[in-house]
Design a protein around this ligand. Structure first.
Ligand SMILES: Nc1ncnc2c1ncn2[C@@H]1O[C@H](COP(=O)(O)OP(=O)(O)O)[C@@H](O)[C@H]1O
Ligand SMILES: [Mg+2]
Length: 449
């Protein structure tokens, strides 16, 4: 799952080996030396984790990746080995009082225990050698010791970015255009379908939200409904969500015909606005069902769709799709400045040239600009900015609308211990509403925090 996982396990191993339990255990099983050597090697290796992860995609990428794979196996095995040892120790501790006194003789004199001790000492020795070899490879790869940077989360320049979330920049014209389309009365059609098309992160959802909350739009429509669609499009789910929005109650799990009736009742003769956010794919049959579901609305009703694909826009729109463009370089730079500096204050004119080059690579995609802005927030000098531009953003393919490398950059620059927390979130399905407290408890259970 996460490249950062072995780092956490390595940390756990070091912690375990420093505990009094393991000190005692080393003494009882006669393996103190091996445990100490193990701790030393794991500590040295752990120090280069950060560096090796960031190096994965650079010159020596393949070799470094091979090294990480080898290390990952060894770290997991070391963890298993220590678990074996501590389990054995737990058994010993469970024998208390008289029973302990009775059994202690057999425990230590038994040939089984001697055999176990020898086996463990042997395994620990082999593990130390295996890790030593990995340490040597690490030196050959010139992976230098680099402590995880805490600066990304606690830089000198403060921590909070929350203002950005409320901040919407440079979309006035698009907003007016979409509002114009929504308020335009289409004679002859009860319901018109309008789609906003553009790649992920371009700001389709945010734009739709702003339009949805606009005062003129509020006044024009009698009923407004927002449905987040995502990968699977099903008319039944849309019908359920429409009922939920209109009545503010989740409907019972009813067969579709009942839901259809309810939707007809709710929409009957009302001028409504329905937003279908992030539609990925629709089958023609399903789409016709949706149309007949919605036809009861009064003239002027609108369905606003946001989608990444032209194909969806083409089969769903009754008017030409609205192709959302990236922000201009000027607007992108203003957005970057606002994020990379405190509200754009204390921005340095020297940063502008390089900053504009950086935003060009973001192709006007606000999500990419925000992500890179958060990385640059902790880089103060123009040289550091140039470094990011030259080293990290060189391979970004302008033609392919490929902003993923930029998004990944914000992950690469997280401290290793936060990478674990972040990648753990991939266990949740898309659009799943994660409960903050539950997630924190899961992180604790995993030993990440
Ligand atoms: N015009 C804008 N100004 C500032 N931030 C924006 C703007 N448009 C989008 N964003 C931010 O960019 C991110 C992605 O926007 P979103 O609307 O979810 O994109 P999409 O729906 O196209 O994938 C969000 O964090 C949003 O707050
Ligand atoms: Mg979206």
């Amino acid at each position: 799952m996460a490249e950062a996982m072995p780092f956490e396990i390595a940390r756990k191993i070091i912690e375990l080996l420093g505990s009094t339990t393991f000190e005692e255990l080393g003494f009882i099983w006669g393996v103190t030396d091996e445990l100490q050597k193990l701790k030393g090697t794991v500590s040295t290796i752990q120090d280069v984790f950060q560096d090796s992860e960031e190096s994965q995609y650079k010159e020596d990428g393949v070799r470094v990746r091979g090294w990480i794979m080898k290390l990952r196996g060894a770290i997991y095995d070391a963890d298993d080995l220590l678990t074996d040892l501590s389990t054995q120790d737990l058994r010993r501790r469970e024998m208390d009082g008289d029973e302990m006194a009775k059994k202690v003789g057999t425990f230590f004199s038994s040939s089984n225990q001697v055999a176990f001790r020898l086996k463990m000492a042997h395994k620990l020795k082999a593990m130390v050698e295996r890790l030593k070899e990995i340490e040597n490879d690490m030196k050959n790869l010139e992976l230098v010791v680099c402590r995880p940077q805490a600066t990304v989360v606690s830089g000198e320049r403060g921590q909070t970015h929350s203002f950005v979330e409320e901040f919407f920049w440079g979309r006035e014209e698009d907003e007016n255009n979409i509002i114009g389309l929504l308020l335009n009365f289409d004679e002859g059609l009860n319901v018109s379908f309008i789609s906003i098309v553009g790649i992920g992160g371009l700001g389709k959802t945010t734009l739709a939200q702003h339009v949805y909350n606009d005062e003129k739009v509020k006044a024009y429509f009698e009923l407004k409904m927002w449905v987040s669609v995502s990968e699977v499009f099903s008319v039944k789910t849309v019908a359920e969500k429409i009922i939920e929005c209109a009545t503010r109650r989740k409907p019972d799990n009813l067969p579709y015909v009942f839901l259809e009736n309810r939707v007809h009742q709710e929409l009957d003769q009302k001028k409504f606005l329905l937003v279908l956010d992030d539609v990925w794919n629709v089958e023609n049959g399903e789409w016709s069902n949706l149309k007949s579901l919605l036809m009861g609305g009064s003239m002027g009703s609108k369905v606003l769709i946001t989608t990444r694909t032209r194909y969806v826009a083409k089969i769903t729109s009754t008017v030409s799709p609205y192709f959302l463009k990236g922000l201009s370089v000027e607007k992108s730079w203003s957005l970057l400045k606002r994020i990379a500096f405190n509200n754009g204050e204390d921005s340095n004119p020297d940063h502008e040239d390089i900053g504009k080059k950086i935003v060009e690579k973001c192709q006007g995609v606000p999500l990419a600009i925000k992500m890179i802005g958060r990385v640059l927030y902790f880089k103060r000098t123009v040289d550091e900015w140039s470094d990011i531009e030259n080293k990290e953003l060189t391979n970004i393919d302008q033609e392919e609308n490929n902003i993923l490398p930029i998004l990944k950059l914000s992950y690469d620059y997280l401290p290793v211990h936060l990478k674990c927390c972040f990648t753990y979130c991939s266990v949740f399905p898309k659009d799943y509403e994660i409960r903050r407290l539950a997630l924190i408890q899961l992180w604790i259970a995993q030993g990440f925090i």
